[in-house]
Design a protein around this ligand. Sequence first.
Ligand SMILES: Cc1ncc(COP(=O)(O)O)c(C=O)c1O
Length: 383
Amino acid sequence: MKLQYLADRLSALQKEALYREVSSFEPVSATHVKQRGRKFLMMASNDYLGLTHHPSVRKAAINAAEKYGTGSSGSRLTSGSHILFSQLEQDLAEFKQTESSLVFSTGYMANVGTISAIADKDDYIISDELNHASIIDGCHLSRARCFVYPHKNTAEVEKILKTLHTNRTVLIVTDSVFSMDGDIAPLEELAYLADKYNALLMVDDAHATGILGNGYGSAEHFQLHGKIDIQLGTLSKALASVGGFVAGKKILTDYLVNKARSFIFSTALTPADIAAAKEALHLISADNSYVKKLWQNTLYMKQQLAKYRIETDSATPIIPIIVHENDTALSAAQNLYEQGIIISAIRPPTVAPNESRLRLTVTAAHTVNDLDFAAKQIKSALK
Ligand SMILES: Cc1ncc(COP(=O)(O)O)c(C=O)c1O
């Protein structure tokens, strides 16, 4: 059989407890889903502010679909650049305090398209070892020489910068909040180094937009406005929709329109996606209670876990519980599922070998009862 080698590779994954399957859910609220008629508490969602089910966000999406139809009918450069895009892009630029912003169809595409457009084979990229897969893929696609530095180690970044006597582009790229660890990058030091060595600094705020800096993201959190050349974000997490964006100088977004292949050669978001993100952005800017509630819940959950002596080390609502072995992570997640809670078991290649973990996320929509229940069940699943 021509595809036998695929079956062999899959059975190798199964043997190492690394096999993955897609599981379908029916969301019933921002915190609960149904599967085969049973209700589950969702502790694995990136809907940090619980806005996917907010009445005005839903209404915005429904109104846009009713008024403008469902699909977008083309790429942004052909027939797909709906008038709602320019409003959203203006709002995002204002929100991020940049001159301009550009929306892509996913955060993954924003990273891959941006990095491969701004660096080429004669350029250099300096990238944190725990950066998201979409950054890593962007680096590969660019064909630039890539230096991967130990996690958050700015001394290593400087060592690399010192060796690069070049008039070519040097790009330092990092997640601001690391998606599997929930820790925060040393952005002040990186901005200092980027300035000192005339390198570009790109920061992926996928898990910081709506979370850090009163929701405005890492530039606001660290007061680094104007010092991050490329700010990347997603519309698909706290902004309750789908899509990605880049915020920065107008010359950057003009360049990406011309050179980012994932922008040029893919169909645009639908009117409903754009309208939902725009409304979520409006809610966060107008009312800081969503972000406040998120941090209140995060603190509460960490206190509950500490009460049960469950070790965690995280600065954000992403809370990893490292159990090391793949099958321990899988069986703990399965155990929690049987108790009615969905928490992801994260295994290689998403994390390094022997670093498998439960990764739970707290949202503003969780109740104290939800968090109490989750902490108690995690304790018994880890016994
Ligand atoms: C740090 C980081 N960057 C980028 C992305 C990609 O964003 P999207 O899901 O919108 O494609 C993710 C999503 O998982 C992420 O965690």
